[in-house]
Design a protein around this ligand. Structure first.
Ligand SMILES: Cc1cc2nc3c(=O)[nH]c(=O)nc-3n(C[C@H](O)[C@H](O)[C@H](O)COP(=O)(O)O)c2cc1C
Length: 355
């Protein structure tokens, strides 16, 4: 047991949060295993429909009576430009034919439906009395924040720069995840430009800690006790670990994804906008490398995400890592295939903070 302001607030024994990882990785089994072992399990609900979210929350509640959280993508307006979509489809058709699929998606996302689904996800969180809710890709509106706070829900924002962390604090949220450039998965920048917001975690934690008074949670490349104790030393109150939990036995990640991380070197990750239209870090493969030359022709998130869906799906079904989004942080050589219990216990022993 380790106590500080954030462990007390989140009702956890250790200052460790399992990163929400949308796309089927943070299954109820993973989330509950984390919460049952003294850390905070988080459902990555970004791609879940409101009904799927409700079902998963209920599954987690069956498996644990401890605190857990839900993470949502805050939607923003996006453009649907026919010529841009046609151009992207033409580029993607090469990959579709390599995978022997011919489908261009018939249904494209609509901003109206995306905003509506997000509002419904918020209602599910309120109705299901989820204790903790975190956000990425932006900040929720003042109305949503006050609705959630009225019910005593603890709110966590995501920031990649000092100015974004201050925006999270100014909205009255309780804590902020600071996402260093090492982090796996999508970048959470929402005020700062992508190219300006690639700050390493060692620089980001102390600078944000000096400028906000809410709890800082460090994310990016943290895989073991060294990362946890360094983060605490730099001013963070807890860590959020993604890649380390992704390769755990209980995670719902595809076996090919887990293997790719377990076999990767430090040099093997790259930032790409080719899968979704939003920049994200993952293990490089044929798709990310060949798509690099088109990075200024890619439609906005979530349009490109929809356009590449059949490619990612077919690649996964064929156990072919070359066209899958293999999100990973920059420390893949530290990943292990162990149970959640083993990971959490190991990190705590290594950090020597079990007091
Ligand atoms: C596969 C994967 C999916 C992710 N999905 C989300 C998500 O849905 N919401 C979110 O806030 N962060 C997401 N992240 C980012 C994490 O919150 C965190 O910033 C990152 O995992 C930290 O870097 P690490 O993977 O090196 O630990 C994801 C990360 C990964 C690896």
């Amino acid at each position: 047991m380790f106590t500080n302001e954030i462990t007390k607030r989140l009702k956890i024994d250790y200052p460790i949060i399992q990163a929400p990882m949308a796309g089927g990785i943070t299954t109820a089994k993973l989330v509950a295993a984390v919460s049952n072992n003294g850390a905070l399990g988080m459902i990555g609900a970004g791609y879940l429909s409101p009904a799927q979210l409700r079902e998963q929350i209920r599954e987690v509640k069956e498996l644990t009576s401890n605190a857990f959280g839900v993470n949502l993508f805050v939607p923003s307006e996006f453009k649907m430009v026919d010529e841009e979509i046609e151009k992207a489809n033409n580029i993607l058709n090469t990959f579709r034919s390599q995978l022997q699929i011919d489908k261009e998606p018939s249904i494209l996302p609509s901003a109206e439906k995306t905003f509506q689904a997000y509002e419904e996800q918020i209602q599910v969180i309120l109705e299901e009395k989820v204790p903790i809710c975190s956000f990425t890709f932006g900040v929720p509106s003042i109305e949503i924040i006050s609705q959630l706070k009225e019910r005593g829900i603890i709110l966590i924002g995501t920031a990649t720069t000092v100015v974004e962390a201050q925006a999270v604090e100014n909205l009255g949220m309780d804590a902020v995840v600071v996402q260093g450039s090492e982090a796996g998965g999508h970048r959470g920048n929402f005020i700062s430009l992508h190219e300006d917001s690639l700050i390493g975690l060692m620089s980001l934690i102390p600078q944000v800690s000096d400028h906000v008074s809410i709890s800082v949670i460090a994310a990016g490349g943290i895989m073991d006790g060294r990362g946890l104790s360094a983060s605490l030393k730099l001013g963070a109150k807890a860590v959020q670990m993604g890649t380390a939990f992704l390769t755990c036995v209980e995670s719902g990640a595809h076996a090919v994804h887990k293997e790719a991380i377990l076999n990767a070197k430090d040099e093997d990750t790259m930032l790409t906008n080719a899968f979704s239209g939003k920049w994200a870090r993952g293990i490089s493969n044929k798709f990310t490398i060949e798509m690099q030359k088109y990075n200024s022709d890619i439609p906005n998130f979530p349009v490109q995400n929809t356009l590449t869906q059949s490619i990612r799906k077919a690649s996964a079904a064929q156990n072919n890592k070359e066209y899958m989004s293999l999100w990973s942080g920059q420390s893949p050589t530290l990943a292990r295939n162990e149970t959640v219990e083993e990971l959490i216990n190991r990190v705590i022993v290594e950090a020597n903070i079990n007091y």
